[in-house]
Design a protein around this ligand. Structure first.
Ligand code: FCB
Length: 446
Protein backbone atom coordinates (compact mmCIF):
# COMPACT_ATOMS: atom_id res chain seq x y z
CA UNK A 1 0.00 0.00 0.00
CA UNK A 2 1.39 3.42 -0.89
CA UNK A 3 1.66 5.75 2.07
CA UNK A 4 -0.04 9.11 1.59
CA UNK A 5 1.78 12.29 2.52
CA UNK A 6 0.92 13.87 5.83
CA UNK A 7 -0.94 17.19 5.64
CA UNK A 8 0.98 20.41 5.18
CA UNK A 9 -0.34 23.82 6.19
CA UNK A 10 -2.02 25.67 3.31
CA UNK A 11 0.58 28.43 3.21
CA UNK A 12 3.56 26.05 3.42
CA UNK A 13 6.26 27.21 0.97
CA UNK A 14 7.82 24.86 -1.60
CA UNK A 15 11.08 25.90 -3.21
CA UNK A 16 14.54 25.03 -4.38
CA UNK A 17 17.97 26.33 -3.38
CA UNK A 18 21.34 27.19 -4.90
CA UNK A 19 24.33 29.30 -3.91
CA UNK A 20 26.24 31.96 -5.82
CA UNK A 21 29.64 30.30 -6.15
CA UNK A 22 28.13 26.98 -7.14
CA UNK A 23 26.12 28.25 -10.12
CA UNK A 24 26.90 31.81 -11.18
CA UNK A 25 30.22 31.51 -13.00
CA UNK A 26 31.28 34.88 -14.48
CA UNK A 27 33.91 34.75 -11.79
CA UNK A 28 35.87 37.74 -13.02
CA UNK A 29 33.16 39.53 -15.02
CA UNK A 30 31.69 42.99 -14.44
CA UNK A 31 33.99 43.82 -11.54
CA UNK A 32 33.65 40.68 -9.43
CA UNK A 33 36.86 40.04 -7.47
CA UNK A 34 38.30 36.75 -6.23
CA UNK A 35 36.78 34.97 -3.26
CA UNK A 36 38.51 32.37 -1.11
CA UNK A 37 36.89 29.64 -3.21
CA UNK A 38 38.48 31.01 -6.41
CA UNK A 39 41.81 30.83 -4.62
CA UNK A 40 41.17 27.41 -3.10
CA UNK A 41 40.22 25.95 -6.50
CA UNK A 42 43.67 26.94 -7.71
CA UNK A 43 45.37 25.02 -4.92
CA UNK A 44 46.71 21.78 -6.47
CA UNK A 45 44.78 18.75 -5.23
CA UNK A 46 42.06 20.73 -3.46
CA UNK A 47 39.24 19.92 -5.92
CA UNK A 48 38.96 16.28 -7.06
CA UNK A 49 38.43 17.07 -10.75
CA UNK A 50 40.71 20.11 -10.75
CA UNK A 51 37.75 22.33 -11.62
CA UNK A 52 36.72 25.78 -10.43
CA UNK A 53 33.77 28.19 -10.40
CA UNK A 54 34.81 30.27 -13.39
CA UNK A 55 31.85 29.15 -15.49
CA UNK A 56 29.88 26.73 -13.29
CA UNK A 57 26.26 26.78 -14.58
CA UNK A 58 26.89 30.16 -16.24
CA UNK A 59 23.81 31.35 -14.38
CA UNK A 60 25.06 34.95 -14.44
CA UNK A 61 24.70 35.01 -18.21
CA UNK A 62 21.58 32.85 -18.38
CA UNK A 63 19.53 34.52 -15.70
CA UNK A 64 16.32 35.11 -17.64
CA UNK A 65 16.15 31.59 -19.07
CA UNK A 66 16.86 30.13 -15.62
CA UNK A 67 14.11 32.27 -14.08
CA UNK A 68 11.69 31.06 -16.74
CA UNK A 69 12.66 27.49 -15.92
CA UNK A 70 11.92 28.07 -12.23
CA UNK A 71 8.51 29.44 -13.16
CA UNK A 72 7.84 26.50 -15.47
CA UNK A 73 8.69 24.12 -12.62
CA UNK A 74 6.07 25.81 -10.48
CA UNK A 75 8.48 26.82 -7.72
CA UNK A 76 6.90 29.09 -5.13
CA UNK A 77 10.21 30.14 -3.61
CA UNK A 78 13.87 30.29 -4.52
CA UNK A 79 16.75 30.39 -2.04
CA UNK A 80 19.97 31.86 -3.42
CA UNK A 81 23.02 33.63 -2.06
CA UNK A 82 24.74 36.85 -3.04
CA UNK A 83 28.45 36.76 -3.82
CA UNK A 84 30.02 39.32 -1.52
CA UNK A 85 32.99 39.88 -3.87
CA UNK A 86 30.56 40.63 -6.72
CA UNK A 87 28.83 43.45 -4.87
CA UNK A 88 31.79 44.70 -2.79
CA UNK A 89 34.94 43.33 -4.45
CA UNK A 90 37.35 44.00 -1.59
CA UNK A 91 34.86 43.26 1.18
CA UNK A 92 35.25 46.86 2.34
CA UNK A 93 34.84 50.27 0.79
CA UNK A 94 33.54 50.63 -2.75
CA UNK A 95 30.39 48.87 -4.00
CA UNK A 96 30.20 47.39 -7.48
CA UNK A 97 27.14 48.75 -9.27
CA UNK A 98 27.08 45.95 -11.85
CA UNK A 99 27.09 43.33 -9.13
CA UNK A 100 24.22 45.02 -7.30
CA UNK A 101 22.36 45.30 -10.61
CA UNK A 102 22.61 41.54 -11.14
CA UNK A 103 20.84 40.86 -7.84
CA UNK A 104 18.25 43.53 -8.67
CA UNK A 105 17.49 41.67 -11.89
CA UNK A 106 17.39 38.36 -10.05
CA UNK A 107 15.06 39.56 -7.29
CA UNK A 108 12.78 41.50 -9.62
CA UNK A 109 12.76 38.60 -12.08
CA UNK A 110 11.63 36.23 -9.33
CA UNK A 111 8.91 38.58 -8.13
CA UNK A 112 7.68 39.13 -11.70
CA UNK A 113 7.24 35.36 -11.99
CA UNK A 114 5.49 35.01 -8.65
CA UNK A 115 8.45 33.34 -6.93
CA UNK A 116 9.40 34.45 -3.41
CA UNK A 117 13.12 35.38 -3.04
CA UNK A 118 14.97 34.00 0.01
CA UNK A 119 18.45 35.55 0.28
CA UNK A 120 21.46 34.11 2.08
CA UNK A 121 24.23 36.67 2.56
CA UNK A 122 27.15 34.35 3.16
CA UNK A 123 27.41 30.97 1.48
CA UNK A 124 31.18 30.61 1.99
CA UNK A 125 32.69 32.92 -0.64
CA UNK A 126 34.61 35.44 1.47
CA UNK A 127 36.32 38.15 -0.60
CA UNK A 128 39.97 37.10 -0.90
CA UNK A 129 40.97 40.63 0.11
CA UNK A 130 39.50 39.93 3.56
CA UNK A 131 41.22 36.54 3.82
CA UNK A 132 44.46 38.41 3.17
CA UNK A 133 43.70 40.27 6.41
CA UNK A 134 43.22 37.05 8.35
CA UNK A 135 39.70 36.13 7.22
CA UNK A 136 37.12 35.08 9.81
CA UNK A 137 39.85 34.52 12.39
CA UNK A 138 40.16 38.32 12.46
CA UNK A 139 37.40 39.93 14.55
CA UNK A 140 37.47 42.97 12.24
CA UNK A 141 36.02 40.84 9.44
CA UNK A 142 32.80 40.51 11.46
CA UNK A 143 32.45 44.30 11.21
CA UNK A 144 32.98 44.18 7.46
CA UNK A 145 30.19 41.57 7.25
CA UNK A 146 27.85 43.86 9.18
CA UNK A 147 28.45 46.61 6.65
CA UNK A 148 27.80 44.21 3.75
CA UNK A 149 24.65 42.83 5.41
CA UNK A 150 23.22 46.26 6.14
CA UNK A 151 23.84 47.52 2.61
CA UNK A 152 22.25 44.45 1.03
CA UNK A 153 19.30 44.55 3.43
CA UNK A 154 18.65 48.26 2.82
CA UNK A 155 18.75 47.76 -0.92
CA UNK A 156 16.82 44.50 -1.23
CA UNK A 157 15.05 44.02 2.11
CA UNK A 158 11.60 45.23 1.10
CA UNK A 159 11.52 42.77 -1.83
CA UNK A 160 12.78 39.67 0.01
CA UNK A 161 10.80 36.93 1.73
CA UNK A 162 13.67 36.55 4.20
CA UNK A 163 17.36 37.19 4.78
CA UNK A 164 19.68 34.58 6.29
CA UNK A 165 23.04 35.83 7.50
CA UNK A 166 25.14 32.67 7.28
CA UNK A 167 24.87 29.26 5.66
CA UNK A 168 26.22 26.42 7.81
CA UNK A 169 28.82 28.13 10.00
CA UNK A 170 29.92 24.65 11.21
CA UNK A 171 31.14 23.85 7.69
CA UNK A 172 33.02 27.13 7.36
CA UNK A 173 34.71 26.70 10.74
CA UNK A 174 35.31 22.96 10.85
CA UNK A 175 35.82 21.90 7.24
CA UNK A 176 37.45 25.19 6.22
CA UNK A 177 39.67 25.91 9.22
CA UNK A 178 40.17 22.65 11.15
CA UNK A 179 40.06 19.89 8.52
CA UNK A 180 41.27 22.13 5.70
CA UNK A 181 39.19 20.40 3.02
CA UNK A 182 37.12 23.51 2.25
CA UNK A 183 38.36 27.07 1.63
CA UNK A 184 40.48 28.62 3.01
CA UNK A 185 42.09 25.22 3.70
CA UNK A 186 43.50 25.85 7.19
CA UNK A 187 44.16 23.10 9.73
CA UNK A 188 43.93 24.44 13.26
CA UNK A 189 41.26 23.64 15.83
CA UNK A 190 42.07 26.81 17.74
CA UNK A 191 41.50 28.91 14.61
CA UNK A 192 38.33 27.00 13.76
CA UNK A 193 36.68 27.71 17.12
CA UNK A 194 37.62 31.38 16.91
CA UNK A 195 36.16 31.49 13.40
CA UNK A 196 32.91 29.89 14.55
CA UNK A 197 32.65 32.51 17.30
CA UNK A 198 33.28 35.37 14.88
CA UNK A 199 30.72 33.96 12.41
CA UNK A 200 28.10 33.84 15.15
CA UNK A 201 29.10 37.28 16.41
CA UNK A 202 28.85 38.73 12.91
CA UNK A 203 25.41 37.14 12.60
CA UNK A 204 24.16 38.81 15.79
CA UNK A 205 25.74 42.16 14.96
CA UNK A 206 24.29 42.05 11.45
CA UNK A 207 20.81 41.32 12.82
CA UNK A 208 21.01 44.34 15.11
CA UNK A 209 22.24 46.57 12.27
CA UNK A 210 19.59 45.36 9.81
CA UNK A 211 16.82 45.82 12.38
CA UNK A 212 18.11 49.29 13.29
CA UNK A 213 17.97 50.12 9.58
CA UNK A 214 14.26 49.25 9.60
CA UNK A 215 14.57 46.24 7.32
CA UNK A 216 11.23 44.48 7.08
CA UNK A 217 12.23 41.04 5.80
CA UNK A 218 12.32 38.27 8.44
CA UNK A 219 15.92 37.67 9.56
CA UNK A 220 17.59 34.41 10.53
CA UNK A 221 20.44 31.97 10.03
CA UNK A 222 20.87 28.58 8.35
CA UNK A 223 22.50 25.70 10.25
CA UNK A 224 23.41 22.21 9.10
CA UNK A 225 22.08 19.89 11.78
CA UNK A 226 21.81 16.14 12.22
CA UNK A 227 21.32 13.57 14.94
CA UNK A 228 24.65 12.03 16.05
CA UNK A 229 24.20 8.46 17.23
CA UNK A 230 26.81 6.08 18.65
CA UNK A 231 27.89 3.27 16.29
CA UNK A 232 27.86 0.84 19.22
CA UNK A 233 26.56 1.08 22.76
CA UNK A 234 30.06 1.24 24.25
CA UNK A 235 30.85 4.11 26.62
CA UNK A 236 33.53 5.26 24.17
CA UNK A 237 31.18 5.57 21.20
CA UNK A 238 28.50 7.14 23.35
CA UNK A 239 30.91 9.79 24.55
CA UNK A 240 32.06 10.48 20.99
CA UNK A 241 28.47 10.85 19.79
CA UNK A 242 27.71 13.25 22.63
CA UNK A 243 30.72 15.37 21.73
CA UNK A 244 29.85 15.30 18.02
CA UNK A 245 26.35 16.48 18.91
CA UNK A 246 27.87 19.18 21.09
CA UNK A 247 30.07 20.44 18.29
CA UNK A 248 27.43 20.34 15.56
CA UNK A 249 24.10 21.02 17.27
CA UNK A 250 24.54 22.39 20.80
CA UNK A 251 27.49 24.70 20.03
CA UNK A 252 25.34 26.69 17.60
CA UNK A 253 21.89 26.21 19.14
CA UNK A 254 23.00 26.95 22.72
CA UNK A 255 24.81 30.08 21.54
CA UNK A 256 21.87 31.35 19.48
CA UNK A 257 19.08 30.46 21.91
CA UNK A 258 20.75 30.42 25.35
CA UNK A 259 23.63 32.82 24.90
CA UNK A 260 26.33 30.34 25.97
CA UNK A 261 28.51 27.59 24.58
CA UNK A 262 27.95 24.08 26.00
CA UNK A 263 30.23 23.44 28.98
CA UNK A 264 31.16 19.87 28.01
CA UNK A 265 32.39 21.08 24.62
CA UNK A 266 34.33 23.97 26.19
CA UNK A 267 35.96 21.46 28.53
CA UNK A 268 36.95 19.25 25.61
CA UNK A 269 38.34 22.23 23.70
CA UNK A 270 40.49 23.39 26.61
CA UNK A 271 43.00 25.91 25.25
CA UNK A 272 41.36 25.70 21.83
CA UNK A 273 38.22 27.44 23.13
CA UNK A 274 37.56 30.80 21.47
CA UNK A 275 38.40 34.13 23.02
CA UNK A 276 35.23 36.07 23.83
CA UNK A 277 34.69 39.73 24.60
CA UNK A 278 32.18 40.89 27.22
CA UNK A 279 28.75 41.16 25.65
CA UNK A 280 29.45 38.87 22.69
CA UNK A 281 27.09 36.14 23.78
CA UNK A 282 24.22 38.60 24.35
CA UNK A 283 24.69 39.83 20.78
CA UNK A 284 24.74 36.27 19.42
CA UNK A 285 21.53 35.54 21.30
CA UNK A 286 19.63 38.35 19.52
CA UNK A 287 16.23 36.79 18.67
CA UNK A 288 15.83 35.53 15.11
CA UNK A 289 12.62 35.51 13.08
CA UNK A 290 13.26 32.10 11.56
CA UNK A 291 15.73 29.23 11.69
CA UNK A 292 16.89 27.49 8.52
CA UNK A 293 17.84 23.83 8.85
CA UNK A 294 19.84 21.93 6.23
CA UNK A 295 19.52 18.18 6.57
CA UNK A 296 21.06 15.42 4.47
CA UNK A 297 21.86 12.45 6.72
CA UNK A 298 22.60 11.46 10.31
CA UNK A 299 26.03 10.91 11.82
CA UNK A 300 26.87 7.46 13.12
CA UNK A 301 29.81 8.07 15.42
CA UNK A 302 32.38 5.48 16.37
CA UNK A 303 35.58 3.99 15.00
CA UNK A 304 36.43 5.09 12.30
CA UNK A 305 35.00 8.44 13.21
CA UNK A 306 31.91 8.60 10.96
CA UNK A 307 30.53 5.52 9.23
CA UNK A 308 27.10 4.85 7.78
CA UNK A 309 25.32 2.00 9.55
CA UNK A 310 26.11 -1.32 7.81
CA UNK A 311 23.63 -2.25 5.09
CA UNK A 312 22.20 1.23 4.82
CA UNK A 313 21.17 2.81 1.53
CA UNK A 314 23.76 5.38 0.43
CA UNK A 315 23.75 8.36 -1.92
CA UNK A 316 26.58 9.11 -4.32
CA UNK A 317 28.23 11.11 -1.50
CA UNK A 318 28.34 7.92 0.58
CA UNK A 319 25.76 9.49 2.90
CA UNK A 320 23.17 7.23 4.53
CA UNK A 321 19.56 7.79 3.44
CA UNK A 322 17.85 8.27 6.81
CA UNK A 323 14.65 10.32 6.47
CA UNK A 324 13.37 9.70 9.99
CA UNK A 325 16.49 11.52 11.22
CA UNK A 326 14.91 14.74 9.99
CA UNK A 327 11.78 14.16 12.07
CA UNK A 328 13.86 13.13 15.09
CA UNK A 329 16.06 16.20 14.74
CA UNK A 330 13.17 18.67 14.44
CA UNK A 331 11.26 17.17 17.35
CA UNK A 332 14.38 17.24 19.51
CA UNK A 333 15.20 20.88 18.61
CA UNK A 334 11.66 21.92 19.47
CA UNK A 335 11.91 20.09 22.79
CA UNK A 336 15.25 21.64 23.74
CA UNK A 337 15.05 25.21 22.40
CA UNK A 338 12.50 28.04 22.06
CA UNK A 339 12.36 27.71 18.28
CA UNK A 340 11.12 30.41 15.93
CA UNK A 341 9.42 29.22 12.71
CA UNK A 342 11.66 26.71 10.92
CA UNK A 343 12.40 26.33 7.21
CA UNK A 344 14.11 23.29 5.74
CA UNK A 345 16.49 25.41 3.68
CA UNK A 346 18.30 22.44 2.09
CA UNK A 347 17.56 18.76 1.61
CA UNK A 348 18.48 16.57 -1.31
CA UNK A 349 20.76 13.89 -2.65
CA UNK A 350 23.56 13.32 -5.15
CA UNK A 351 23.09 10.42 -7.54
CA UNK A 352 25.01 9.86 -10.76
CA UNK A 353 22.52 10.46 -13.55
CA UNK A 354 22.47 11.44 -17.20
CA UNK A 355 19.90 11.93 -19.95
CA UNK A 356 18.90 8.73 -21.79
CA UNK A 357 18.48 8.40 -25.57
CA UNK A 358 15.12 10.20 -25.33
CA UNK A 359 16.68 13.00 -23.32
CA UNK A 360 14.91 12.02 -20.09
CA UNK A 361 16.67 11.75 -16.74
CA UNK A 362 15.11 8.96 -14.69
CA UNK A 363 16.35 9.77 -11.20
CA UNK A 364 14.08 7.45 -9.27
CA UNK A 365 16.51 7.34 -6.34
CA UNK A 366 16.33 11.11 -5.95
CA UNK A 367 12.51 11.09 -6.29
CA UNK A 368 12.25 8.58 -3.48
CA UNK A 369 14.78 10.46 -1.35
CA UNK A 370 12.82 13.71 -1.68
CA UNK A 371 9.44 12.07 -1.13
CA UNK A 372 10.57 10.30 2.02
CA UNK A 373 12.17 13.43 3.46
CA UNK A 374 9.17 15.59 2.63
CA UNK A 375 7.02 13.01 4.43
CA UNK A 376 9.44 13.23 7.38
CA UNK A 377 8.89 17.00 7.50
CA UNK A 378 5.15 16.36 7.53
CA UNK A 379 5.62 13.99 10.47
CA UNK A 380 7.48 16.72 12.36
CA UNK A 381 4.65 19.17 11.68
CA UNK A 382 2.16 16.58 12.96
CA UNK A 383 4.34 16.41 16.10
CA UNK A 384 3.88 20.18 16.51
CA UNK A 385 7.09 21.55 15.04
CA UNK A 386 6.37 24.86 13.31
CA UNK A 387 7.94 24.20 9.89
CA UNK A 388 6.93 26.77 7.26
CA UNK A 389 8.76 25.73 4.10
CA UNK A 390 10.99 23.25 2.30
CA UNK A 391 13.74 23.88 -0.27
CA UNK A 392 15.23 21.11 -2.40
CA UNK A 393 19.00 21.17 -2.70
CA UNK A 394 19.50 21.82 -5.49
CA UNK A 395 17.69 23.39 -8.41
CA UNK A 396 20.68 22.61 -10.67
CA UNK A 397 23.56 20.17 -10.78
CA UNK A 398 26.41 22.45 -9.78
CA UNK A 399 29.91 22.91 -8.35
CA UNK A 400 29.94 20.65 -5.29
CA UNK A 401 32.91 22.21 -3.46
CA UNK A 402 35.89 19.82 -3.16
CA UNK A 403 34.00 17.33 -5.35
CA UNK A 404 33.90 19.81 -8.24
CA UNK A 405 31.36 18.79 -10.89
CA UNK A 406 31.51 15.06 -10.04
CA UNK A 407 28.41 15.03 -7.78
CA UNK A 408 24.98 15.83 -9.15
CA UNK A 409 22.45 17.17 -6.61
CA UNK A 410 20.15 18.91 -9.11
CA UNK A 411 16.53 18.25 -9.90
CA UNK A 412 17.58 19.86 -13.19
CA UNK A 413 20.44 18.17 -15.05
CA UNK A 414 23.17 20.46 -16.40
CA UNK A 415 25.33 19.41 -19.35
CA UNK A 416 28.43 21.46 -18.61
CA UNK A 417 29.71 21.26 -22.20
CA UNK A 418 26.58 22.87 -23.66
CA UNK A 419 24.96 24.39 -20.54
CA UNK A 420 21.80 22.58 -21.55
CA UNK A 421 19.30 22.26 -18.67
CA UNK A 422 17.08 19.16 -18.52
CA UNK A 423 14.51 18.80 -15.75
CA UNK A 424 14.91 15.32 -14.26
CA UNK A 425 11.98 13.13 -13.26
CA UNK A 426 12.39 14.52 -9.73
CA UNK A 427 11.71 18.06 -11.00
CA UNK A 428 8.65 16.87 -12.89
CA UNK A 429 7.41 15.02 -9.83
CA UNK A 430 8.08 18.05 -7.60
CA UNK A 431 6.11 20.30 -9.97
CA UNK A 432 3.15 17.96 -9.79
CA UNK A 433 3.44 17.68 -6.02
CA UNK A 434 3.57 21.47 -5.52
CA UNK A 435 0.59 21.98 -7.80
CA UNK A 436 -1.40 19.32 -5.94
CA UNK A 437 -0.54 20.94 -2.59
CA UNK A 438 -1.63 24.34 -3.84
CA UNK A 439 -4.96 23.23 -5.26
CA UNK A 440 -5.72 20.75 -2.52
CA UNK A 441 -6.10 18.08 -5.23
CA UNK A 442 -5.48 14.47 -4.28
CA UNK A 443 -1.89 14.33 -3.13
CA UNK A 444 0.54 12.16 -5.08
CA UNK A 445 1.30 9.11 -2.99
CA UNK A 446 4.66 7.76 -1.94
C1 FCB B 1 25.53 21.83 2.01
C2 FCB B 1 25.86 23.14 1.34
C3 FCB B 1 25.47 23.21 -0.10
C4 FCB B 1 25.73 21.90 -0.81
C5 FCB B 1 25.11 20.76 -0.05
C6 FCB B 1 25.28 19.42 -0.71
O1 FCB B 1 26.39 21.62 3.06
O2 FCB B 1 25.24 24.20 2.02
O3 FCB B 1 26.16 24.28 -0.69
O4 FCB B 1 27.08 21.73 -1.02
O5 FCB B 1 25.67 20.68 1.22
Amino acid sequence: MPTTFPDFPKDFVWGAATSAFQIEGAAFTDGRAASIWDTFCRTPGAIVDGSNGDIACDHYHRLDADLDLMRDLGLQAYRFSSAWSRVQPDGAGAWNQKGLDFYDRLVDGLLARGIAPYLTLYHWDLPQALQDQGGWANREVALRFVDYAETMARRFGDRLASIATHNEPWVVATLGHEQGIFAPGLKSRRTATQVSHHLLLSHGMALLAMRAAGVKAPLGIVLNQAPSVPATETDGDRAKAKLADGLLVRWYMDALFRGRYPSDVLLDLGDDAPELHDGDMAIIRTPIDFLGINYYTRSVVGEPAFTPAPGSELTDMGWEVYPQGLTELLVRLRRDYPLPPVYITENGAAFADAPDAQGRVHDGDRCRYLQRHIAAVGDAIAADVDVRGYFVWSLFDNFEWPFGYTKRFGIVHVDYATQQRTPKDSALWYREFIAAQATGAARPTL
